[in-house]
Design a protein around this ligand. Structure first.
Ligand code: DCP
Ligand code: MG
Length: 371
């Protein structure tokens, strides 16, 4: 094979789980633009477009150098016509008019503001938007009937839209650990989600809780939440019971994305020593605490590796892992198990490394799963 001197040959897999994607990369001007279009598509309930733009952005995140000309994109997967047009615009004009128009559009801004409320999804936001509600102030004026989650979202809107810092995540980790250990010594707590991938901030904090003796974790979550509640550490909590039944679920509904662990969606009241300064104490203006979204998931020990892999993300990485398993390996992966549909058997694993090996993939550590 003869190559001209300036040709860069990219050997990049089409699945995000075949690539190493670091947190910091060289192409943020392009990925920011593509991700805004992805977000807008998501807010318009256009899943196909949402994923297409996310895939394109993800490929650029994995590049070892900045894109300087269209030729640099040769051989790269997942870059559709539309994404290429956006990249070309940015290369030629320093920005994309489509992206700017989207950013300024009334609907994008309204949908972003409304879905930014804890407990409000795209469908609800869309309904409100059609009724003329465009932001939090409109919602409060409209005096609609809100569920408990949405009421919490409205009440703590500002706090919940502030990024959670890594330090805050670690502090909450210590609190959760103290609660769990008070009720079940020997239980193990793992910080997962974006923080496990090395992100410095997040929209929430995600924890997995397990116990090496399977079965001991049963009934733990309500007690833990009660312990926290009694100490005035919670502003909101809702427990979803475990609904995973191996025999019934598999292989009948193997591709369901949502996992079925016992799980608590909560809002913590995190005391901030730095906020309890003289100023806030004297004036009584800003509270000495911050509302923080926390998810706690209880995992039976034999499913821990799968839950860890499923909860570490990123969302696109997870999506492509499942797609790779199904399309390339004839397997079905979720946060509970891996099932070989051809051989009709479960593949056990006690570490993430083993799951990657079952899937015929090179192991990718959490901090390179920022697809
Ligand atoms: N997850 C998933 N599919 C979803 C939702 C979540 O695969 N629809 C997995 C991957 C996520 C993890 O769960 O990384 C945690 O979900 P979060 O929404 O908390 O996402 P992150 O923790 O990655 O990001 P953030 O910093 O916004 O919290
Ligand atoms: Mg998270």
């Amino acid at each position: 094979q003869r190559l001209t001197a300036c040709t860069v040959v990219h050997t990049m897999g089409a699945y995000a789980c075949q690539r190493k994607t670091p947190l910091e990369h060289h192409n943020t001007i392009f990925t920011d633009a593509l991700l805004l279009l992805a977000e807008n598509a998501e807010l318009c309930a256009n899943e196909g477009r949402n994923v297409a733009f996310k895939r394109a952005a993800s490929v650029l995140k994995a590049l070892p150098r900045p894109v300087r000309q269209m030729e640099d994109l040769q051989g790269l997967p997942c870059l559709g016509e539309h994404s290429q047009r956006v990249i070309k615009d940015i290369l030629e004009h320093g920005g994309s008019s489509e992206v700017e128009m989207t950013r300024q559009s009334e609907k994008y801004q309204a949908m972003k503001a409304l879905t930014g409320i804890f407990g409000v999804g795209v469908k609800t936001a869309e309904r409100w938007y059609r009724e003329g509600i465009q932001d939090l102030a409109d919602l409060v004026t409209a005096d609609l009937k809100l569920n408990r989650e949405q009421q919490t979202g409205v009440k703590y809107y500002d706090h919940l839209n502030m990024p959670v810092t890594e330090a805050e995540a670690r502090t909450i980790g210590q609190i959760v650990e103290k609660a769990v250990h008070a009720l079940l010594p020997g239980a193990e707590i793992t910080l997962t989600g974006g923080f496990r991938r090395g992100k410095k901030t997040g929209h929430d904090v995600d924890f997995l809780v397990t116990h090496p003796e399977e079965g001991r974790e049963e009934g733990l979550l309500p007690k833990v939440m009660g312990w926290l509640e009694a100490r005035d550490l919670l502003l909101y909590q809702k427990i979803n019971k475990n609904s995973y039944l191996e025999a019934k679920e598999w292989p009948a509904r193997p591709s369901s994305n949502m996992d079925r662990f016992e799980r608590c969606f909560s809002v913590f009241k995190l005391e901030c020593p730095w906020a309890a300064s003289e100023k806030s104490n004297q004036s009584g203006e800003s509270p000495s605490w911050k509302a923080v979204r926390v998810d706690i998931v209880v995992v039976p020990f034999s499913q821990l590796a799968f839950a860890l892999l499923g909860w570490t993300g990123s969302q696109l990485f997870e999506r492509d892992l499942r797609r790779w398993a199904a399309q390339e390996k004839g397997m079905s992966l979720n946060s509970h198990a891996l099932y070989d549909t051809k051989r009709k058997q479960y593949l056990r694993a006690s570490s993430e490394e083993e799951i990657f090996a079952h899937l015929g993939l090179e192991y990718i550590p959490p901090w390179e799963r920022n697809a």
